[in-house]
Design a protein around this ligand. Structure first.
Ligand SMILES: C[S@@+](CC[C@H](N)C(=O)[O-])C[C@H]1O[C@@H](n2cnc3c(N)ncnc32)[C@H](O)[C@@H]1O
Length: 439
């Protein structure tokens, strides 16, 4: 993740959000009078929300969040912008519609949510979100980690193909460029879109807004998005494309085909301007054979697994890393519980309804693979590796050289030594062998 660029975007969004809201009139009254800022496409994608816990990613000033709360959801909105979250919190109280708003960089928020075991039935993001995120891996994994098993992610976004054109519809830019695009700052697209983005009537507000803070965008392609969700273990159930953009007048001579669905001029062929994805978190995931005992289910980590996983870590470390000594292992225990587990993407192998082992992944790096010594040799470790490889392809790991059976275990699974360091990450005199397994 590129923290510095996210931070620059926070400043730029703070300035732009104030300008955007200056055009939208008395929004408290709009909501008190029963107003909603949602379009039919997102309502259809989300389905019935009554009584569900919903996380709204990059909620900006909360207008859509409050519209979703009005449909019966318990809404938590997260956004990096101080101005947007302050506005959303005020709007919730002025409108009398309850919702929770939290200011944070999404990636940091996901880490905290994982640590405190927050989970949701629905996660939602819409219109102009991922183009502000420097990496889709933590985004998709964060979504997967806070969804309840069986929960769904609903996503609607402007189409990356549209970003190939300049304002005059001339193809000018690469599709899904790999580098961030630096801009003069988040613009006043609300002013450019008139009533399309100010449903209660457009007010003049700030005139000729110039953002003093530059911004940085990341134009992800459709394959980038879909693959990130698949890699995070989500099941993509629906992918739709639309030949219009809801409310957004991003190009010249766009025409409203009704209800704010903006089309290109009639002289142009149709092009995709929006797309939508619905992806579900499977209830239970892979089943692997666990020797004579029974099958093991591999499933995402839940907060209530924590103490059992720490016990597995300690008992497996006593067997695999006796050279570290009991005192050091006990000293590391708090770090494993409070730092390593919350920061990793953890998958748990469950035998007879009880965690028997787990793998903790940091991107493609295996931060930890531990199996209850009572069930060693039953195929649990192998199952966890294959499960991670099926999702991520290439895997990396660092193994203590003194743990010869672990080095051999990884060799047998196709890992090859790439380098060796003579001390471990804490600078202790225990050599670590770095190994990799290609996709
Ligand atoms: C175009 S707006 C999304 C609007 C949204 N559809 C709504 O309901 O109003 C993009 C939002 O992403 C937020 N954002 C940008 N980078 C972020 C990050 N790293 N973490 C969280 N929010 C971020 C911005 O502050 C902005 O509010």
């Amino acid at each position: 993740m590129q923290n510095d660029l996210h931070e620059a975007n926070r400043l730029s969004w703070n300035a732009a959000t104030a300008a955007h809201n200056s055009h939208k009139g008395d929004q408290g009254a709009f909501f008190r009078n029963g107003g909603s800022t949602l379009y039919p496409e997102e309502i259809e994608l989300l389905g019935d929300l009554a009584g569900l816990d919903l996380l709204h990613l990059q909620c900006n000033s909360g207008q859509d969040s409050l519209s979703l709360a009005r449909l019966g959801a318990n809404v938590t909105g997260v956004d990096i912008s101080d101005e947007a979250i302050a506005f959303a919190t005020r709007l919730s109280s002025e409108s009398g519609i309850a919702a929770t708003f939290e200011r944070a960089d999404l990636f940091h928020w996901f880490e905290g949510a994982r640590a405190r075991g927050a989970v949701f039935d629905r996660v939602f993001a819409s219109y102009g979100t991922i183009c502000w995120l420097s990496d889709l891996g933590p985004w998709a994994r964060g979504i997967a980690s806070v969804l309840k098993p069986g929960g769904r992610f609903a996503f609607i976004e402007f189409h990356p193909f549209a970003m190939v054109f300049d304002e005059t519809w001339t193809p000018r830019y690469d599709y899904a460029p790999r580098e961030p695009i630096s801009e003069a700052g988040v613009g006043d697209y609300v002013a450019a879109s008139g009533t399309g983005l100010a449903p209660d009537g457009y007010e003049q507000g700030v005139v000729d807004f110039r953002n003093p803070h530059p911004s940085f965008e990341f134009n992800w392609g459709i394959a980038d998005v879909v693959q990130a969700l698949i890699n995070a273990g989500l099941k993509v159930e629906c992918l739709k494309e639309y030949p219009y953009a809801n409310g957004w007048v991003g190009f010249e001579a766009m025409r409203d085909s009704g209800g704010g669905r903006m089309l290109p001029p009639e002289t142009m062929p149709s092009v995709p301007l929006m797309y939508a994805i619905a992806a579900a978190k499977p209830d239970a995931t892979t089943q692997v054979s666990a020797g004579k005992r029974s099958e093991a289910n591999i499933r995402p980590y839940r907060a209530e697994d924590r103490d059992r996983l720490v016990d597995i870590w300690l008992s497996a470390s006593r067997v695999g890393h006796p050279f570290l000594g009991e005192e050091r292992l006990l000293a590391q225990l708090g770090m494993v519980r409070d730092t390593y587990l919350p920061m990793a993407d953890n998958w748990v192998a469950e035998v007879d309804g009880r965690p028997a082992g787990f793998i903790g992944l940091i991107d493609r790096f295996i931060g930890g693979l531990f199996v209850d010594p009572e069930i060693h040799g039953a195929g649990i470790g192998r199952g966890l590796i294959e499960h991670a490889a099926a999702r991520l392809g290439h895997l990396d790991v660092g193994v203590y050289a003194d743990n010869a059976s672990a080095v051999e275990f990884y060799r047998r699974r196709g890992f090859v030594e790439t380098s060796r360091q003579e001390t471990d990450d804490e600078g202790l005199p225990f050599a670590v062998i770095h190994m990799a397994r290609p996709s």
